[in-house]
Every structure is written in structure tokens, then in C-alpha cells.
Ligand binder design. Structure first.
Ligand SMILES: NC(=O)c1ccc[n+]([C@@H]2O[C@H](COP(=O)([O-])OP(=O)(O)OC[C@H]3O[C@@H](n4cnc5c(N)ncnc54)[C@H](OP(=O)(O)O)[C@@H]3O)[C@@H](O)[C@H]2O)c1
Length: 265
């Protein structure tokens, strides 16, 4: 490796430890004790499956995130699991030791661009982005749709999706089988006053995802963006995990911009 390549690698690594200029490095640093010392030896990509592909799970520490991460690892993918809470990431590493974890506030675009630089330096471009950051606030009819709840829902559901797709779109376009997936809600089709904030944020996330998918289609059609739809995720974690790994077993055109209801939807 040349000196300049070393410089670039060191710059990316240093950047990972202070991901938001002027911010609190401890609060925003990519988790310093995560993952193996060297990049894991992930298998070569195998056409038609997720084996050997590099997949980033954004919001990986929930029950659904854990199920998706474990299933991707089982299927032979290299998994980069991202969350904002160090303790939950440690628990994920105990459950799925093969996953590489990064602590990052995905609502902070500067932090996400730094994450992308570190991921590229250590693991190369990604082939999949599974976006699972969510949350729910609501109730109290239309009068109960507070600004605070809207801010939280917009931040978690929309901003983290915008940030991660903007940072990794080029990777997905360049991959021979780029895949983006989100999990949306039946409330987009049947919104109620008490869940108006939530349904509106989810509708925005679906629209953003379809815009990304339209870009994939225009670029030649090897990448796809899928929208899974559920009423409630509890009990559907295993199905979601199977559907996510299955995205690589279908041609891009057959899954791109398709809304896929999971069983109870
Ligand atoms: N749960 C349901 O019944 C249901 C229903 C319909 C749709 N969905 C959707 O399905 C997806 C998965 O649902 P879920 O209930 O598993 O999601 P979730 O628990 O709300 O979020 C998934 C993970 O995102 C992480 N996260 C939150 N903010 C973050 C940030 N700023 N940066 C990085 N990571 C962050 C959380 O971990 P840390 O706190 O450790 O960071 C959490 O483990 C979501 O999109 C959700 O909206 C869920």
C-alpha cells in the first residue's frame, strides 16, 4: 500500500472516532471496541443468493433487527449491524458474533457519511441496506398529534432513511445485486386521526424509497428497493428475516418498488 493510501485509510479511521465536528465524540463515536480487529473473511458473492454480499442493517438491535441480522449471517452474508446504543450492540454481538457492529446516530448525516467512509475502508462497498429504524407515537385523536411526537417520528422514520440511502446509494447502484428494504405499515393505506403523525411519516418513507427505486430502475435494473408492510411486527420477525434474505434470490425488476405485505398485514 502506498503512503497516500495509508494516509486515506488513517483519515477514514480517525474520522470514525469524531463523527460530528464539534459534537461529543463519546456520544457519537463509532463504537471503538466493535467487531474483529481485521475485516472478516466474508465469502465471495454467489450469484442469486445473499451469500458473500455485504449487507448493512440500519437499526439492528430490536427483535426484528436481531432476527434479520442472524438470518443474513446464516445465509452467508457479511453483516454490518448499526445502532445508536452501545449496550444493545454488545448484546447483539453476543447473540450474533459474526456480525460487525457500529454505533452511529443515523439521524446525523455527518455521522452517517463518516460511517460510510469507515465501512468502505474496512469492508468495501455494500450490496444491501436494510432500514429498520422506527418507533411509534400517537393516540389522542388529531389533537394528540403533537409536534414533539412528529419530530421524533420524522427523525427516526424519515431522516435516518434519507441519510443512509444518500450515503450508500452509489454502493447499491454499483453492486451487481443492490437491495434496499424498509418496513412500512398498513396505516399508510388506512390512516386514522390518532396515528396521523405516524402514518404520514411512513408514507414519506415509502415515497422516498420508491424514488430511490426509480433511480435504480433508470440506472439499468440490477438494484431494487422493496417495501415490506406489516400491521404489527411482533411474531413476524422470522418471516421478515426470510423475506429479506430472499430479496437476493429474485430478479431486481420483480422486487423493485413492490409493496410486500407480510402475513398478518
Ligand atoms: N414494531 C412494529 O409493530 C412495527 C409495525 C409497523 C412497522 N414497523 C417498522 O418496522 C421496522 C422495525 O421495527 P422495530 O420495532 O424493530 O423498530 P425500532 O425498535 O423502533 O427500531 C429499530 C432499531 O433502530 C435503532 N435506532 C433508533 N434510533 C436510531 C438512530 N438514531 N440511529 C441508529 N439506530 C437507531 C434502535 O436501536 P438503538 O436504540 O439501540 O439504537 C432499534 O433497535 C421499523 O421501520 C418500524 O417502523 C414496526
Amino acid at each position: 500500500m502506498t503512503d497516500s493510501a495509508h494516509e486515506a485509510e488513517r483519515a477514514a479511521s480517525d474520522a470514525a472516532r469524531s463523527v460530528r465536528p464539534g459534537g461529543d465524540p463519546a456520544a457519537h463515536a463509532v463504537d471503538p471496541d466493535v467487531g474483529p480487529e481485521a475485516a472478516p473473511d466474508w465469502a465471495d458473492a454467489d450469484g442469486g443468493t445473499v451469500a458473500g454480499r455485504v449487507v448493512l442493517v440500519a437499526g439492528a438491535t430490536s427483535a426484528a433487527g436481531l432476527a434479520v441480522t442472524a438470518e443474513l449471517v446464516k445465509a452467508g452474508a457479511g453483516v454490518i449491524a448499526v445502532g445508536s446504543n452501545a449496550e444493545r450492540l454488545r448484546e447483539l454481538r453476543l447473540a450474533v458474533p459474526a456480525a460487525v457492529t457500529f454505533q452511529c446516530d443515523l439521524a446525523d448525516f455527518a455521522a452517517v457519511t463518516t460511517l460510510a467512509a469507515v465501512v468502505h475502508a474496512e469492508h468495501g462497498p455494500i450490496d444491501g441496506l436494510i432500514h429498520l429504524v422506527g418507533g411509534w407515537r400517537g393516540g389522542g385523536g388529531l389533537a394528540g398529534q403533537s409536534d414533539a411526537d412528529w419530530d421524533m417520528l420524522h427523525r427516526n422514520i424519515v431522516t435516518t432513511l434519507r441519510n443512509t440511502t444518500r450515503a450508500f446509494n452509489d454502493d447499491l447502484l454499483a453492486s451487481p445485486a443492490g437491495r434496499l428494504a424498509i418496513v412500512s405499515s398498513v396505516s399508510v393505506d388506512r390512516p386514522a386521526p390518532g396515528g396521523a403523525n405516524y402514518a404520514t411519516a411512513k408514507a414519506a418513507a415509502e415515497t422516498w424509497t420508491r424514488a430511490v427505486g426509480q433511480g435504480f430502475a433508470k440506472a439499468g435494473g440490477t438494484a431494487a428497493a422493496a417495501i415490506f408492510v406489516v400491521r404489527a411486527l411482533e411474531g413476524l420477525e422470522a418471516e421478515l428475516a426470510t423475506r429479506v434474505t430472499g430479496l437476493w434470490e429474485q430478479p431486481a425488476a420483480s422486487v423493485n418498488n413492490v409493496r410486500v405485505p407480510l402475513t398478518s398485514a
